[in-house]
Design a protein around this ligand. Structure first.
Ligand code: ACM
Ligand code: ZN
Length: 652
């Protein structure tokens, strides 16, 4: 019997297994329209027709950008035909066809008629916090092109390092591109020191202009536009280190010691920026030049004589208006050179420059406001588009910026969410942002980027009525596997743990819905559902900012009133530990019970048993059996240091 089975297995191994025929269901991002036909066809080199009258007519009703990127693939037994209005459309058709025949040279007969929903489908790579070199960027461009992402925004400058050669300002790359500290974290912990290129311990790097031109050309050949970002006026410590004359001064005329903003009062700042942007425009032909504009501290401006003189002279009332003066002046410079300004949503604050396009990152409000004002917007709201967030349960992932953005949540975003219908024509598209503070290695960049960037691609390309999570999940897995085979390092969806199970449905227990009094208040920044939080039956997710976890910078000392005397046998609560944002477990918890709310008896205690050296992300239960008949339960968690975060006190 055994022998027969082995023979059968051997025989089976020799018969080639026919893979299922490939078809439109394999395409990522999902196409606009598919017409299925009978039968299958064997792949043959397609006939490619660009610019035919009939295809122009078929796409005449589409918006201009969609017409340019549209394509049609017809698969029949007679052969395969690609039609498009432009090279870009034909390129996308070939990408889709390659996905269809990835597992089989047999294709189902069909017609795919496809075009994008949005013109702008982007990824931002921050190569300041951890430098990524030309070859790495070219590799990511290849992966972007596979899924018809068509904008690569390079965050080239920030406090942690200047990353693009500017020939007229050699200290930017001879000094501001080099630091003491291989990782961003080491650099910060070591006091954010810069150093000269080639000095012992110097870490960093930059793109030469030749590198950058090669990236631009390589991307253009794949129908991707590279958008450079030069940060101003904030996030500019590295510039101030190389050119200290651009720093604000104090009222006594000495340089301000702190702060990372350029001085908008000083004409030299504008000379500097125009010199930089002049060379940048020479390298990058993109219509948009991104000027940052986010998170300027503005701390030195009210005191700086140059800034004060500027405000006086220009009739500016607030630091926000002074920032707007700088942005508007830079916009005029870009416009005079035939380019358009793109900036983070803070550029709205002191009045928006007349022709500016806004990248909405602090949620969707900036995008909504700018679109309503008639400005174009690119939607990159952090809850759905920040690819530096955790993509799975924190305890199993490498350290990341707080927040949980699994693939399904990224996929659930619609770039028009919240934008009034009459303003939606101003939504150019969507972008995923990959900030790099916690991403020390190139492999790690790929891990954070793929497959979540596929969700950005489908959100940008696919019409809402054609989006489908279960289908996308399968295609994303397949595309990630394909990248892995080609030497990329994507996150493996097969390992996905998912959201904290306890958070998915309400929990029932004796204290649910009962009132809680606080001896010490919760911290104002993390109120969650205020006094209802700890007995609302709702457990927190993996994320401390989810509005379910209550934060304390003191002990947690609360008393629950069960409303009547009850027999209880258990009291417990989960605390979170996240060393990154300084959230720790309590030293110990004591539980007391009472019948009158005045005389309490100790009913149990729990000590923290996690070793001090443990720097994991943890969700640890501080609970114990008690044996009591009582109306009041006091739960007292002793603060260790920094934050305590707790979501629910369960009594049974
Ligand atoms: C940003 O995340 N500061 C744009
Ligand atoms: Zn100043």
């Amino acid at each position: 019997m055994k022998k027969v089975l082995i023979l059968l297995l051997l025989a089976g191994a020799m018969i080639p297994v026919a893979a299922a025929a490939g078809g439109p269901e394999d395409i990522l991002p999902a196409p606009a329209r598919v017409i299925s036909a009978e039968g299958v066809a064997v792949y043959r080199t397609p006939e490619i027709v660009i610019g035919s009258k009939s295809f122009r007519k078929a796409t005449a009703a589409l918006p201009g950008f969609a017409r340019e990127e549209a394509y049609r693939i017809s698969v029949s037994r007679k052969g395969i035909r690609i039609e498009a209005n432009t090279e870009a459309g034909a390129f996308y058709a070939r990408q889709s066809l390659a996905q269809m025949r990835r597992e089989s040279d047999t294709l189902t007969c069909c017609t795919v008629f496809d075009y994008p929903r949005f013109a702008y489908r982007g990824i931002m790579l921050d190569i300041s916090r951890h430098f990524r070199d030309k070859d790495f960027i070219l590799k990511q461009i290849d992966a972007m092109a596979e899924v018809r992402l068509n904008r690569l925004h390079l965050h080239l400058t920030d406090d942690a390092g200047w990353r693009i050669e500017i020939k007229a300002l050699p200290r930017l790359t001879g000094y501001a591109a080099w630091r003491k500290g291989v990782t961003w974290k080491e650099w910060r912990q070591g006091g954010s020191q810069y150093c000269g290129q080639g000095e012992p311990g110097a870490s960093g790097g930059f793109l030469t202009q030749e590198d950058a031109r090669e990236i631009v050309a390589y991307a253009a050949a794949r129908h991707i536009t590279v958008i450079p970002e030069i940060e101003m006026p904030g996030h500019s410590s590295e510039v101030l280190a190389a050119y200290p004359g651009l720093r604000c001064v104090k009222s006594d005329g000495t340089p301000a010691e702190k702060g990372r903003d350029l001085c908008p009062g000083n004409e030299a700042t504008f000379t500097f920026l125009e010199t930089v942007l002049g060379e940048i425009m020479d390298i990058f032909p993109s219509k948009y030049i991104h000027v940052g504009g986010d998170e300027a501290e503005k701390r030195n401006w009210p005191d700086c004589p140059a800034c004060r003189a500027r405000m006086e002279q220009e009739g500016l009332q607030t630091p926000e208006e002074l920032q707007s003066y700088l942005i508007a002046r830079i916009e005029r410079f870009l416009n005079d050179n035939g380019r358009s300004l793109l900036g983070w949503d803070e550029i709205l604050e002191g009045g928006l420059a007349p022709n500016a396009t806004v990248m909405s990152w602090r949620g969707t409000a900036g995008g909504i406001k700018a679109a309503e004002m008639g400005h174009d917007v690119v939607m990159t709201p952090s809850p759905w588009c920040y690819l530096d967030k955790y993509q799975d349960a924190q305890f199993k992932e490498p350290e990341a910026i707080g927040g949980y953005l699994p693939l399904e949540k990224a996929y659930g975003y619609d770039p028009c969410d919240g934008i009034p219908e009459e303003s939606q024509r101003h939504v150019l598209g969507v972008q995923g942002n990959l900030w790099h503070e916690y991403i020390p290695s190139p492999d790690h960049t790929e891990y954070m980027l793929w497959p979540r960037a596929f969700a950005i691609a489908e959100n940008g390309w696919t019409l809402p009525e054609n989006k489908d999570w279960p289908s996308f999940r399968i295609r994303a897995q397949r595309q990630a596997d394909y990248l892995a085979e080609k030497g990329y390092h994507p996150f493996d969806l097969r390992d996905e743990f998912g959201e904290r199970k306890a958070s998915l449905q309400p929990v029932r227990h004796l204290a649910a819905g009962k009132s809680v009094t606080y001896t010490l208040p919760w911290n104002k920044s993390y109120p969650a559902a205020r006094e209802a939080t700890l007995t609302d039956g709702i457990m927190g997710t993996w994320t401390y900012t989810d509005g379910r976890w209550q934060g304390f910078l003191t002990d947690v000392d609360v008393t629950i009133d069960l409303g009547e005397v009850r027999d209880i046998h258990y009291v417990g609560a989960t605390f979170m530990m996240q060393p990154g944002p300084e959230i720790f477990l309590p030293k110990k918890v004591e539980i007391f019970v009472s019948n009158d709310g005045e005389r309490f008896e100790k009913a149990g205690e729990v000590w923290n048993e996690v070793p001090v050296a443990d720097k994991s992300v943890l969700y640890t239960l501080f609970g114990t059996s008690v044996n009591a008949s009582c109306r009041y339960v006091r739960y007292h968690a002793k603060q260790d240091h920094a934050w305590l975060f707790v979501d629910e006190i369960v009594v049974n």
